[in-house]
Ligand binder design. Sequence first.
Ligand code: PEP
Length: 229
Amino acid sequence: MNKLIVANMKMNLNKQEIDSYLKEIENKDLSNVIFCPTSIYIPYFLKKNLTVGIQNISRFINGSHTGQISIKQISSLKIKYAIIGHSETKNEIDEIHDKVKLCSEHNIIPIICIGEKEDTKLEIKEKILEEQLDIILKDIKLDKVIIAYEPVWMIGSNKNIDTFTLHHISNFLKNLVKKYKMNDIMLLYGGSVNRLNIKEILSIDSIDGVLVGNASLDVYQLLEMIEVA
Ligand code: PEP
């Protein structure tokens, strides 16, 4: 299918586990995978020439912000992507906008997470998503952007997304994003994707890939998903 997999490894795995993970994926075709490991492990992925994204960035460029990582530091490494606005970061919408703006100014491709907090009617989902994107992308020029539709209530739920809803929302989003006039926009779905449901999700034409959390920690499951994508 040639669709994209973004592996959001969150705050998981220790150094030994990362070593075995990297060993298992050696010599595999990973051209359609973006790995987002915990930041301290990024250099190990870069050393293997893998495509890497960071899980979050600071809103600030530099200075006294203990524990944060700035866009300048990221772009000084071979990191091309940044997940912005993941629900677990609890960022406010204006902060997400500022971070996407920083990406646009520093040649980093943002993977922008949007999604409703609770399951609700389709019209309400559409309204929420449009409001989020209108604020996040206001006055921002980006050549390439990745938008991840991640209904917050689906993340880590181990439930299967209803494919009728996903069809509807992904078509809606693909149409909606035309108004932001960006050249290259990819749409991902994220929320309890795994080796069993990935095929059905990726069979939806308007979905260009998936953002996978927990299932990406199991390297064998990841490899199975890559086969399908
Ligand atoms: C995520 O954290 O972005 C995510 C989609 O997680 P999971 O696949 O575990 O639901």
